[in-house]
Design a protein around this ligand. Structure first.
Ligand code: FA5
Length: 350
């Protein structure tokens, strides 16, 4: 190797070893590879060389250029990593096992009543089902004896997606799938269908103290031979007395839902005003809590179950309203407010 080139290479290597900061590295780069740098200066000697010498000299200069450029890039990466590590080391250390002073989270009141209901129904042999919030028109309406353009659809306007699916307006949307899932066990093993399916529902409606556009319901169905209204009333009464742990005034009145026949509205005496009338109960003293009825033969048929052989009941409990009554929340909108000071009060249960 040309002596001058070798000298420059050695001096660069020694200087690079002493560089400890990005700014100094940049200076070194300019000193060697810049327009007036040492390596560029080597090219000026080319004129005095023979064509043969020029060839090997030129190659050696180019090799040195590449060597210096690569070494600078490598050092730049190294210095970057070093700086990052320094920054990490300067962060305060923390111990994940040290207890924090901040308040602990609590269960939402709707979660609490949902779990109470689940406990009661599980103890009576019901399975708990999870179901999608996005459903088809068939699931939410058609399979429930509500054909297209049926006036009953007006009661449950909801939010439609561009692909024609919709946000479910009622947990009843899972009924058809539940019948299809369990009919084999019903027919072949004689196992009654007993299922509850809590879930979030959506409706396009004006909100007030007892109506939200997003709320929770808990559907329940039971199908077997000889199921009657007495079974329905027994399960409703058991659930309410377990949840409230006291006697509650209840009234049952006729109600129309295309998927049950006969259908009922189950109201409870408003626990906010003691039945006197207030905004929470639309000043009637009663709160619609749990519509129910005997499953319509068309709905059973659509689920693959012969209505001449089997009967069943279904109910659609308003979980959000149940939470209002249980915890004395006067305005349903407070439950969706995300106000932790309000919500953190309800920690009595798991
Ligand atoms: C239904 O949704 C029927 N699917 C219930 C049903 C199931 C009937 C099975 C028969 C058999 P309805 O629209 O009334 O029915 O709602 C049921 C309950 O959900 C109401 O009683 C109420 O407690 C609650 N609910 C309804 N709309 C709202 C709302 N906008 N905000 C809060 N709770 C509501």
């Amino acid at each position: 190797m040309n002596e001058k080139i070798l000298e420059l290479k050695n001096s660069f290597t020694a200087s690079l070893a002493n560089v400890a900061e990005v700014a100094a590295l940049e200076e070194l780069k300019v000193a060697y590879l810049g327009k007036n740098g040492s390596v560029t200066g080597l090219m000026k000697n080319m004129g005095a060389l023979s064509p043969e010498e020029k060839k090997s000299y030129g190659k050696e200069v180019n090799d040195l250029k590449k060597y210096i450029a690569d070494a600078i890039d490598e050092k730049q990466v190294y210095l970057g990593e070093l700086a990052l590590q320094k920054e990490i080391d300067s962060l305060p250390e923390f111990d994940v096992t040290v207890p924090q002073d901040t308040a602990r989270g609590s269960y939402h009141p709707i979660t609490l009543v949902q779990r109470q209901c689940e406990r009661v129904f599980r103890s009576m042999g019901f399975t708990i089902e999870d179901y999608s919030e996005i459903v088809t028109d068939y699931e939410c309406f058609e399979s429930l004896n509500i054909p297209k353009f049926h006036p009953a659809r007006d009661m449950q306007d909801t939010y439609y997606l561009e692909n024609n699916q919709l946000l479910k307006s009622q947990t009843s949307a899972a009924q058809n799938a539940i019948y299809k899932k369990y009919k084999k066990a019903l027919y072949e093993e004689g196992k009654p269908i007993r299922a509850i399916f809590p879930g979030r529902c959506f409706r396009n409606e004006n909100t007030d103290a007892c109506h939200e556009n997003t709320f929770f319901q808990m559907e329940g169905v039971m199908v077997d031979k000889n199921i009657s209204i007495s079974n329905l009333i027994f399960f409703m009464k058991t659930m309410l007395s377990e949840v409230f742990q006291k006697d509650i005034n209840v009234r049952l009145r006729p109600g129309f839902f295309p998927f049950v026949e006969p259908g009922f509205e189950l109201d409870i005496s408003c626990l906010i005003c003691g039945g006197e009338g207030c905004p929470s109960c639309k000043h009637s003293g009663w709160l619609e809590l749990c519509p129910c009825g005997m499953i319509h033969p068309n709905v059973l048929k659509e689920g693959g179950i012969d209505p001449d052989e089997y009967t069943g009941f279904a109910f659609g409990l308003g979980l959000t309203r149940l939470a209002m009554m249980k915890y004395g929340v006067k305005d349903i909108r407070d439950l969706n407010s995300g106000n932790l000071q309000n919500l953190a009060q309800f920690t009595e249960d798991k």
